[in-house]
Design a protein around this ligand. Structure first.
Ligand code: IMO
Ligand code: MG
Length: 352
């Protein structure tokens, strides 16, 4: 069994959906599994030229691949059935493809009611926090306790460890991101699930199965929630507009800031990222500003070439391949840093 994982390395909304979609086209997977979170996620995908947004159902359905909501997730059944309908209405076949781990927990009305009044940390109001709280307090309801879910239930052990289950290749689709992680994010401004590579294993897998870890960032950072994140500079308003930085789940404006390499370095190292994807380079190009936080201060890299070379050199130091994306639809899988090596010397000179 081989697992490739897709993880957000910043604060969510890095374009994980797009990368999953692209990997599904590129590689042969037998399953896609969501391993954390619930309807708080918003994954935007361009499929056959059409923009589609999913919150809960893993992206395997776009390619007719078994799509499993894992035991680390929380499921709002009302939203689950609505999303199945939404996909079908948009020509995506879901029948016989969508499964929920029988030990996943259910988001109940009391959870969404409670969450709907939150202002303290600015949640997505999807009942996520209260549901996980009840899971750990051993007061929760599991998917297997709800009759209407019977046709969708799956036993992870039987599905993946049965004697005739050979050549399984899984794409593990993360939600949220490492800096929203319950333990590693900026507590309490975090989500209530585990968002790192360890979370994949918590869904019934082991470290020997993990092959590739795709870490996703944008060329700048965004954050949605109630802490102040965006500095008072006009350039961030422009990034917000050019990047159409509005939440896919709540429609809220995403606050913007320069990419924080100190955070990304931590995410890469702690999660064993070996492929780093930088989305939305085209947006920074539109505002023509190329800055990064590095070791606590702002580094002005002046142009796109230097910006990309700088990330290449840092990525290479951390043993990860690096890919840049310039549009919302897809990504070219050529390791830019191979060809950029010659420029690294010039870069050293530039940075003194
Ligand atoms: P994807 O998968 C961006 C943020 C919320 C809030 C905090 C806690 O699209 O990257 P929660 O509802 O989880 O209790 O809210 O986490 N948040 C996200 N921000 N993208 C997401 O998911 C998010 N999921 C939760 O805005 O600050
Ligand atoms: Mg989101």
């Amino acid at each position: 069994m081989k697992i490739d994982a897709v993880l957000g390395l910043s604060y969510g909304d890095e374009g994980k959906g797009k990368i999953c979609h692209s990997l599904l086209e590129k590689n042969k997977y037998t399953h896609v599994i969501r391993f954390n979170g619930g309807s708080n996620a918003g994954h935007t995908i361009y499929h056959n030229g059409k923009k589609l947004i999913t919150h809960l159902i893993p992206s395997g359905v776009f390619y007719g691949i078994k799509s499993v909501i894992g035991p680390g997730c929380v499921v709002d059944t009302h939203k689950f059935f609505k999303e199945l309908e939404y996909l079908e209405e948009n020509g995506i076949k879901t029948e016989g493809l969508v499964f929920i781990a029988k030990n996943a927990h259910l988001v109940q009305e009391i959870h969404t009611d409670e969450d709907s009044t939150d202002i303290s940390i600015g949640t997505t109001r999807t009942g996520n926090g209260p549901c996980y709280r009840d899971k750990y307090a051993r007061n929760g309801l599991r998917a297997e306790q709800y009759d209407k879910l019977e046709p969708y239930l799956i036993d992870i052990y039987k599905e993946f460890y049965g004697s005739n289950n050979k050549n399984i290749r899984i794409l593990a689709e993360g939600a949220q991101a490492f800096h929203l992680d319950i333990d590693w994010g900026d507590y309490p401004y975090v989500t209530s699930s585990h968002c790192g590579i360890g979370s994949v294993l918590l869904n019934g897998f082991n470290h020997k199965q993990i092959k590739n870890v795709y870490g996703i960032i944008k060329a700048y950072d965004t954050y949605v929630g109630s802490k102040k994140f965006q500095p008072d500079e006009e350039v961030f308003e422009r990034i917000q507009q050019e990047g159409q930085e509005f939440g896919a789940t709540t429609g809220r404006k995403r606050q913007c800031n320069w990419l924080n390499w100190d955070n990304i370095r931590k995410s890469i190292l702690m999660n064993g990222v070996n492929h780093l994807i930088i989305n939305k380079v085209d947006i920074l190009d539109k505002v023509n500003a190329w800055k990064i936080y590095y070791e606590g201060s702002v580094l002005d890299l002046q142009n796109q070439e230097t910006f990309e070379n700088w990330i290449c050199s840092k990525g290479t130091e951390l043993n990860t391949k690096v890919y840049f994306s310039y549009n919302p639809y897809d990504i070219k899988w050529d390791d830019k840093c191979k060809t950029a090596k010659n420029d690294l010397k010039n870069l050293d000179r530039f940075l003194g």
